[in-house]
Design a protein around this ligand. Structure first.
Ligand SMILES: Nc1ncnc2c1ncn2[C@@H]1O[C@H](COP(=O)(O)OP(=O)(O)OP(=O)(O)O)[C@@H](O)[C@H]1O
Length: 263
């Protein structure tokens, strides 16, 4: 576990076990202990079904572990009611999903400010403008998601995740639906959130090139953390994934999208 100079990790999982279903339960996480330091960017990788999404959902308080605990800073999520958990997620966590999850009837500005409105907070015009400018959509405030490309829509989703200035941003396959160029822009924005604002980023991905934008890659297999890589390169990540058998059953064209050096 990484804990620097008495500063607690942004998120910590302690012996987290998650069994899905009651009768013939599927063990999705089998005693995971891991910390995500403040201001770090971690990619979570592993074969299909290894527990990546379950880990993300438990860490983000979207799902409750069967046993073990999850801490956001010093707050143990275990004892919180659903209402307090919802408030905590809204105030301290940002989410980015593969499918963008924007509201089609709302403009860019309205989508980005939605978390503030839901929290009953006033949207400070300058802050919102800054966040939308930062993702490169300063001239698209009034546009609706349907008028934007996939990459632009994901950039709106990132602005929406950042507008509340959350401590942690969880991203579930944020580049899964994007082409290489749009993916690089999105990954650059996530890395910038870490570098400029000291936010903690935890991203699930299948793509070694995307993982190479992180400071650290965690490898999961069968619900357990089986390794990590610091300062990863796409080649090294792909090599480890191959050893985990991640692509063993897939055709060559489904393999890692190695698109050259990204660092
Ligand atoms: N709601 C659920 N009910 C029953 N089993 C589930 C549920 N959610 C996940 N699982 C099972 O838990 C295991 C881990 O699933 P999880 O979605 O966390 O894996 P993953 O690594 O994210 O997979 P993928 O890369 O395919 O998205 C799998 O065996 C999956 O079938």
């Amino acid at each position: 576990m990484r804990q620097h100079q008495g500063v607690p990790d942004a998120v910590r999982l302690l012996s987290v076990r998650k069994v899905h279903g009651k009768q013939r339960g599927v063990v999705a996480l089998n005693g995971v202990t891991v910390g995500f330091g403040r201001g770090t960017f971690t990619a979570v990788m592993g074969p299909s079904g290894s527990g990546k999404s379950t880990l993300l959902h438990c860490a983000a308080g979207l799902d409750r572990p069967t046993s073990g605990s999850v801490l956001l800073g010093e707050q143990d999520l275990g004892g919180l009611s659903e209402i307090r958990l919802t408030t905590l997620r809204r105030d301290r966590i940002g989410f980015v999903f593969q499918a963008f999850n924007l509201l089609p009837a709302l403009t860019v500005w309205q989508n980005v400010t939605l978390p503030l409105r839901l929290a009953g907070r006033k949207a400070d015009r300058d802050t919102v403008t800054q966040v939308i400018d930062r993702v490169g959509l300063g001239d698209r405030h009034r546009h609706r998601p349907g008028e934007l490309s996939g990459g632009q829509q994901q950039r709106v989703a990132i602005a929406r995740a950042l507008v509340t200035q959350p401590e942690v941003v969880f991203a579930d396959e944020p580049t899964g639906a994007l082409d290489t160029r749009a993916a690089r822009e999105v990954l650059g924005l996530l890395r910038e959130a870490k570098e400029l604002a000291g936010q903690t980023i935890v991203m699930v991905t299948h793509d070694p090139v995307a993982a190479a934008y992180a400071d650290r890659v965690l490898f999961l297999a069968d619900g357990e953390v089986v390794g990590e890589l610091l300062e990863p390169t796409a080649d090294e990540v792909a090599r480890r994934m191959t050893h985990l058998g991640a692509w063993a059953d897939e055709r060559p064209q489904d393999g890692p999208r190695l698109t050259g050096s990204v660092r």
